[in-house]
Design a protein around this ligand. Structure first.
Ligand code: NAD
Ligand code: IPM
Ligand code: MN
Length: 358
């Protein structure tokens, strides 16, 4: 059996606390199913590394990482030490762009036993996936300031929508929709206010839809889509969105299912030319860091997505993925629970409980 090389990067804040729990669960499940995972730990992409080196990553990060099968990532961001745009553009956003991880899969599911902040929702009612464009769109460093410091100061922040970039995320999303029972794709747009980019997005969507006649599709302006996430989340199956819209929807979705503390994500290079990256949707949570109270489920679920991706549908990996998901569900239903879910358990206790259930 192939040995998979995993780069482990815990990063900042609660990233450092939730990562050991994912590794604990991975150890248990890989032993059980005879899956060979080999880890290498990196202290990059953290405020500590930045303080020592004046940058988030070494100059040769690309060469050092490109041979890995996956990157397991905690969280990055410690604004007290390094401004967020510097730390993020210096690490995570670089990985996504330069390893061409153009798909960001962010499942949203109401799990049994998790208190839902929306009225009268039960497990099964909310079960969709946000397919987020992950390398371009509104996330650019193009633009600048002119007449800086004067009353005529102008700040320009450009967006970039390429035909390749838009088409590949739409195609992927249609394929995900096609593979699910509901076969329904909802696209986030804002073609009333954004006069150039979003009409283009809609045009490409319509073109792409012609190739998937069995997929029902619709489009929603992002403003009303956020309202529908809250009022009628049952209607969503697969949601495709540009980088920024997808970012916003993928915090809102998990909040509607109880907590951002369980939300996972997979930053995929579907062609496997470069390593894919698996990380929680949440950040480093400075407000609760260092207390061992963060919910490790998002990190553990992300690790499960990694196992599934590495396995490419092969039996032991699929069984390992199912085991991890069942253990997560069981733990969420029966406890122990961290504070974000109204419990008193520590990060470690939840990780141990999930590992024990495997
Ligand atoms: P955040 O996700 O770190 O925290 C938002 C809120 O959710 C906080 O109140 C936090 O305590 C809570 N929370 C988050 N994860 C939790 C968990 N596992 N269990 C329980 N509660 C949890 O977002 P933020 O406060 O906007 O950002 C903090 C830092 O993290 C910033 O530097 C930001 O840029 C960075 N960030 C990084 C990533 C990433 O690495 N992918 C994602 C989001 C934010
Ligand atoms: C996420 C985060 C990042 C993003 C930030 C930290 C740049 O919010 O992974 O959702 O916006 O993509
Ligand atoms: Mn986000």
């Amino acid at each position: 059996m192939k040995t998979h090389k995993i780069a482990v990067m815990a990063g900042d804040g609660i990233g450092v606390e939730v990562m050991p729990e994912a590794l604990r669960v991975l150890e248990t499940v890989s032993k059980k199913h005879g899956i060979a995972l080999e880890y290498e730990t990196f202290d990059w992409s953290s405020a500590d590394y930045y303080q020592k080196h004046g940058q988030m990553l070494p100059d040769d990060w690309f060469e050092q990482l490109r041979g890995f099968d996956a990157i397991l990532f905690g969280a990055v961001g410690w604004p007290a030490v390094v401004p967020d745009h510097i730390s993020l553009w210096g690490s995570l956003l670089k990985f996504r762009r330069e390893f061409d991880q153009y798909i960001n899969m962010r499942p949203v599911r109401l799990m049994p036993g998790v208190p839902c902040p929306l009225a009268n929702k039960k497990p099964g009612d909310i079960d969709f996936v946000v397919v987020r464009e992950n390398t371009e769109g509104e996330y650019t460093n193009l633009g600048g300031r002119i007449f800086e410091g004067t009353e005529r100061e102008v700040v320009i922040q450009e967006s970039v929508f390429t035909r390749t970039g838009v088409d590949r995320v739409l195609k992927y999303a249609f394929e995900v929709a096609q593979s699910r029972p509901a076969k329904h794709l909802s696209s986030a747009t804002k073609s009333n206010g954004l006069a150039i980019s979003m009409p283009y997005w809609d045009e490409r969507l319509e073109q792409m839809a012609a190739q998937y006649p069995d997929v029902r599709w619709d489009k929603h302006h992002i403003d009303i889509m956020t309202a529908r996430f809250v009022l009628n989340p049952e209607q969503f199956d697969v949601v495709v969105a540009s980088n920024l819209f997808g970012d916003i929807l993928s915090d809102l979705g998990p909040a509607c299912t109880g907590t951002v503390g369980i939300a996972p994500s997979a930053n995929l290079n579907p062609e496997r030319r470069f390593p894919s990256l698996f990380e929680p949707v949440h950040g480093s949570a400075p407000d609760i860091a260092g207390k061992n109270i963060a919910n490790p489920v998002a990190m553990i679920w992300s690790a499960a997505m990694m196992v599934e991706f590495l396995g490419q549908g092969q039996a032991p990996y699929q069984a390992a993925y199912t085991d991890m998901m069942q253990a997560i569900e069981h733990c969420l239903a029966q406890g122990p629970r961290t504070a974000d879910l109204g419990g008193k358990a520590t990060t470690t206790e939840v990780g141990q409980a999930i590992a024990a259930m495997i």
